[in-house]
Design a protein around this ligand. Structure first.
Ligand SMILES: O=C(O)C(=O)C[C@]1(C(=O)O)C=C[C@@H](O)C=C1
Length: 196
């Protein structure tokens, strides 16, 4: 019985090896699976999403008299991020710093679009989204971003952080087909991610 069990274990291992070599089966499934996003890749992806949503924020505000800079809303965004960081057991101070950059990045896009639309009114979006709805979307991205920062704690403190983050940023640009403006904004969103 014991011998049989050993045999069948050995047989299974041999079969798995053969299947792996043949490019099929369990081993091959692992080999061909898409690589999992690293925690820093998720931080870069969510930051890219956040600067893309800035287009809708600008469209919602343009021509309404609502200023691009809204310090009261910024305070809420940062307080929420700090609270979420604390709940996840990470230091809220660096998270607040990252979110200040995220907000500045959002404003980079908004200001550039305002300038484009001032210069050529035919480019002004014809539909005006609801700012409240877009803020809900920003809240969702923000909560996911705090979770991604928490998951990236080890990478954030690693000497390779800057290199990994650069790779993740370029990857996010490619994946989300960011134009020059949004890529510039993405770069503005990320300088505080790696610990000093
Ligand atoms: O919610 C807005 O009104 C935005 O413009 C977005 C945002 C942000 O990035 O969260 C950016 C600038 C404002 O000062 C406040 C918040």
């Amino acid at each position: 019985m014991l011998i049989n069990a050993k045999r069948s274990t050995a047989a299974a291992a041999g079969a798995a090896l053969l299947l792996t070599t043949a490019g099929i089966g369990i081993g091959a499934g692992t080999a061909v699976a898409a690589p999992r996003a690293t925690p820093l890749a998720t931080v870069a992806e969510l930051s890219a999403q956040r600067v893309e949503v800035a287009d809708q924020v600008a469209a919602a505000k343009y021509g309404t008299g609502s200023p691009i800079d809204d310090p009261a809303r910024e305070a809420i965004v940062i307080a929420d991020a700090e609270q979420q960081a604390t709940a996840l057991g990470i230091d809220p101070a660096p998270v607040a710093k990252i979110f200040r950059d995220q907000i500045e990045a959002n404003k980079v896009v908004q200001r550039a679009l305002y300038a484009e639309w001032d210069a050529d009114p035919s480019l002004i979006p014809t539909t005006k989204p609801s700012l409240a709805t877009i803020r809900v979307e920003l809240n969702t991205i923000g909560a996911e971003l705090v979770q991604a920062i928490a998951a990236a704690e080890t990478s954030i403190h690693a000497p390779s952080c800057e290199g990994q983050l650069t790779a993740a940023t370029v990857h996010a640009r490619h994946e989300q087909s960011l134009d020059a403006l949004h890529y510039a904004a993405l770069l503005r969103a990320l300088p505080s991610v790696c610990a000093d």
